[in-house]
Design a protein around this ligand. Structure first.
Ligand code: PLP
Length: 393
């Protein structure tokens, strides 16, 4: 669907099932992806995959996981659930500060954390060079986790995402029309895991939600009359229509952030739904990659006249398959609210963990992650740029 949507509520918040991005082809198989090698364990979420990695590492009380100081709580909660301690390291323009890490690792002996694990992220879906991190991890005899939550697809200098860490994890709904899901890839000795299964009713509910969201966003038009009858019989609206578009910038205390994240059902070690695995396996990675790259460039182009909304990575490197377009905003609260008001998918990592050192550049508050997912079209992007313009006039 390339035209203007009839209502803002039709704008898909994430990827939805559409024929264009489903199917098997030789071209799709050529796109590098985390799931193309290693031993794979499919989990109910990326956080569940992280937790599984920590469990396989045997992490527990007194151990440490090194995490970037620009993060979302779902990266921290699996560490704490495992009984280990999160230690936040600084980023320098989005890259791990190697001298800080070297220094910390050199001085962390003497009975402080018993064991350490280093986690680094391909932020925004733009792969970073893991080589220096691999060297550092080897020198200190620690495991390296490659967080591909933003980079299910892609490569850098011909090294595929997911190939560099001892473990790699990903989050399925950030790239595919799945209800949820994550994956853990193990790049060294295969291990057995104990992950609980999901029930048949959950599978059915998942399939139903996916189809409903897709029809609501304007796909599978032949199913629309049947859905209209069903809604009328139920006397209400679809779940997809009920999506909230809150514009209030709710601030939570650090304790509330932690409390919320630790009671999250997606944190448990549970397997992914079969329907979600099926969708990932039968997706057109080539078309998803091309559409995301196109949308990234359209978004950068649509906002290029805004001196106070600057893209952190204006040029998309070859091989990158972006998750979002990161912008540094001088009026982040207003820009964030303007996009949320129209339901345009945008994220901000402004929920802080108790005791975490603040990011040097205040990215948590200042960076807006504007989605460039494959089911957005040029008109959607134009409209979003228009909404930002209105809020500035
Ligand atoms: C970098 C990163 N790692 C891990 C996760 C956790 O993934 P999930 O939401 O699938 O649990 C996220 C989620 O936003 C993330 O952004």
């Amino acid at each position: 669907m390339q035209g203007r949507r009839t209502t803002w509520s039709q704008l898909p918040r994430g990827a939805v099932l559409s024929a264009e991005f489903l199917g098997n082809s030789a071209a799709a198989k050529k796109i590098p992806r985390i799931s193309e090698a290693g031993q794979l364990h499919w989990t109910q979420s990326g956080r569940s995959a992280l937790r599984l990695a920590f469990e396989l590492e045997g992490l527990g009380e007194g151990d440490a996981v090194l995490l970037p100081d620009y993060y979302c709580p779902t990266m921290v909660s699996p560490v704490v659930a495992q009984g280990a301690t999160p230690v936040f390291y600084p980023l320098s323009d989005g890259l791990p500060d190697l001298s800080w890490l070297t220094n910390w690792l050199a001085n962390s002996g003497g009975g402080k954390p018993r064991k350490s694990v280093l986690l680094a992220v391909h932020l925004f879906g733009i792969p970073i060079d893991f080589m220096p991190l691999q060297t550092l991890a080897q020198q200190h005899g620690i495991s390296l986790i490659e967080d591909c939550a933003h980079a299910f697809l892609g490569s850098r200098n011909d090294v595929a995402v997911g190939a560099s860490g001892d473990y790699a994890i990903a989050s399925l709904p950030k790239f595919f029309a799945t209800t949820a899901g994550g994956v853990l890839r193990i790049n060294r000795t295969a291990k057995t895991t104990n992950v609980s299964s999901i029930g048949f009713t959950e599978e059915l509910r998942g399939a139903w939600d996916l189809i409903q969201a897709s029809v609501h966003a304007g796909h599978w038009s032949m199913l629309r009359p049947a859905f209209a009858v069903l809604y009328a019989l139920r006397g209400g609206t679809s779940n997809a229509q009920q999506t909230t578009r809150s514009t209030d910038l709710e601030t939570l205390t650090e304790e509330a952030v932690r409390e919320h994240a630790m009671h999250d059902p997606q944190l448990t070690l549970t397997r992914a739904k079969d329907i979600d695995r099926f969708i990932v396996r039968h997706s057109r990675y080539d078309r998803i990659a091309a559409a995301r790259r196109r949308n990234y460039e359209l978004i950068v182009g649509a906002l290029q006249d805004r001196a106070d909304l600057v893209p952190l990575r204006p040029a998309l490197p070859q091989g990158a398959v972006p998750y979002v377009v990161p912008f540094l905003s001088t009026q982040a609260n207003d820009d964030y609210a303007a996009l949320r008001r129209i339901g345009f998918p945008v994220y901000r990592w402004d929920r802080f963990w108790p005791g975490a050192a603040p990011n040097r550049d205040d990215w948590g508050r200042r960076v807006l992650q504007i989605s460039c997912h494959q089911n957005l079209n040029a008109r959607d992007i134009e409209d979003a740029a228009g909404a930002l313009r209105i809020r500035r006039n």
